[in-house]
Design a binder for this molecule. Sequence first.
Ligand code: FES
Length: 699
Amino acid sequence: MEVPVGTLLGDAAQQAGIDVLMPCGGQGRCGRCAVIVEEGQVRRRSTQRLSPEDVAAGYALACQTIVEGDVVVLIPPQEKIERRLRESKRAAKVALPFPYDLHDQTLRKYAVTLVPPSLHDQTDDWSRLQRELARHYDVQGLQAGLPVLRKLGRALREGEWTITVVIELDPSGTPPSPPPLGGGRGSPPPLGGGRGSPPPLGGGRGSPPPRGGGRGGSDGSPGESLGGLPRLIDVLPGEHLESLWAAAIDIGTTSNHVWLVDLISGEVMAQQADYNGQIARGEDVISRIIYASKGNGLEELQQLVMGTLNRLVKQAARERSISTDQIYKVVVAGNSTMIHLFAGISPESIRLMPFITAVNQVPPFPAREIGLEVNPEATVDCLPGVASYVGADITAGVVSSGMCAMEGLTLFIDIGTNGEMALGDCTWLISAACSAGPAFEGAGVLHGMRATAGAIEEVWVNPDTHEATYRVIGGEKPRGFCGSGLISLLAEMFLARVIDKSGNISLEETNVSLEETNVSLEETRFLGKNLVSRRVREGEHGAEYVVAWADETAIGEDIVITAVDIDNLMRAKAAIYAGFSVMARSVGLTLADVAQVLIGGAFGQYINVEKAIQIGMLPDMPFDRFHFLGNTSVRGAYMALLSQEVRRQMTEVGQMMTYLELSADNTFFDEFSAALFLPHTDERRFPSVRESRMVSSGE
Ligand code: FES
């Protein structure tokens, strides 16, 4: 077809009868109108949403590209564009940073054949087994509880004196003798060692934990309930060496995650997640602590989380067609309150001055003690925490993120109900926590949901018509918003001026008329209010903006974001930003000194950096400094399951990290108040957002 020189590719396509999607109204912001210029001359007015590699590959934004001669343009399927956008804005998944070595495992399975007893050898079954294991596998001082001893005699006779034993060599998580010193094949490098710097750890508060003697000694935590001696966990008649199962668990205030791990291959075989059943008794840690301090509150909360975890463990086991009894070890990460409640320990002191935990490092214990439905004798190893509001999820996150092997100052943040963060370079580490609330996990928001099929994960709002388009996980009809969808929606509403700097939904008249938005007067319930669009209205919870109309949704009602939801999101993002500004300032640094930002958290791998900057949740810095790592807490638990060296590093990180109590810092409230605007009271901190707003409004 022929068009004059200077025609936009988008207009040319339209004239040719080809519909190119333009969700952001041709502002060059969404990147969804990307086409591929195969031949000929074009001029790209903006490549804001394209990487240099994209441009080199011929990509151009149809809404921003001008025809300058004969051109051949390919319009790729929308799915391809979306996939490319998704991949370019999300961090790559971090692979396991060390090769898995089964021998670096404290959980062992051996098949042993015993010489049957006779009138000449009347050694009892248990001594016979101990003798054999000591002789062939150098297992010395084997211990066993009554439940497993009760099974031994029958298993031996059923298996005709061949049995499979499952043994935990050292349930405390400390290296056995000889200890792996790092650097060996299959071991992750020691902390800080990747850069050739002197070993940074162990010189601070307390030395590394005693080897084989339990990890409770040097830091004053209680002694081991399971000791440092090998422990018999199960006996099975016959030979069953084909599998060895364990689980990594993350107990978040809002969401719980269970990964089922095959310790033979080291691979995660099933992943399950759900909201923490305790939510019904309080959305944040403080309300849970208060609940736990009343009547049977502690027992109730413990049962609620156990109910959720047991269901997830069962689902994961069913997925791999195994019985939960075959799960012999569990490593648990979570914030300090969650770990206390999981173990049935009162968290009351956490919220009382001077804000200390009952225990930062819970000694390992058998699963039967808390009703966790795996093998009753399975070792439950809770990872070490740092302080009341910086728990095992952060030590797990810091180690699993690889932060200690990176160059330069690193900010690590775990976005969850509690915004927990750490700053440093692993020769020093400072940590802090702020209460963000559960909004970013989809809870506490009218149409919030977890990031599963049916969740709106990205939204575009056209700045001219204020119409919304969205993308749904799984491509089905939407049921609500997940955290990334909420961040995206907040940013888009701000850029399209549906909400103002304070997050208020604009109810004033704009230059958009009802005719332009193609809405009849009967269609809107808000006649006479001069609303910005038919999507903005007064609802049951105050002003609201409709993202999906009832007939488009899977729930049969409009999916909206309300003023209350926006308020929750604003508070959450302000708390997070204020947290790391205060933390950086406390060590005489600014966010500009940060070489990289590692973001963990259950939904961390899905959020769009650009949108998170636009709402002022993340500092305004080049995208390539951000790395989204997903749920680093469960990943840390998984890595600790696989490697004793990693497990030891977690203890060390927990011991060396300095904790900054934000509630005792008098600048926190000022920073929080200043961050309660979009993107921030001080716009100079967010130059790129200012620019985007100007582009959107055609200034
Ligand atoms: S970038 Fe072209 S329509 Fe959004």
